[in-house]
Design a protein around this ligand. Sequence first.
Ligand SMILES: [Zn+2]
Ligand SMILES: [Zn+2]
Length: 148
Amino acid sequence: MAILAKGGCRCDVNPVRYEYSATPAEVHYCLCTDCTDTCGGALALIAVVERSAFKITAGEDKIRNFDTKPTCHRRFCKDCGCHMFLYVDAFPDHLLIHIPTLDRDAEVGAQPDRWVFVNSKHPMLTIPEDGLPRHPGWANSGDPVQAA
Ligand SMILES: [Zn+2]
Ligand SMILES: [Zn+2]
């Protein structure tokens, strides 16, 4: 399925803009402390996208990096602080996109299939009874993306 999902940072002037043009390998909810503490949110909604289908279309000079682990490289805008996506060494062919930084009318291309790192859940968050599998740490969805 051909899709084109576009997103970016929160800057009004010269925003970072990115897009991807392939159906994500998977979408999941992440409750790890790296994601939640970096975003200031109780959960992260992640699309795993092939790097070859992803490109930055504007504002690349504003992107900075913060490693929450030596193997986990998080990209954010230096002006507005928006954390848009990250690269994980264990997934050399994919990157992980924070879905809320997509435009709200963007076609993400897949639905969440599981919760991961539920052992790291913030105590004020209640996971909804959505019937999706809940994994204590990282877990594969059975697709080409391998476990860290
Ligand atoms: Zn920005
Ligand atoms: Zn995470």
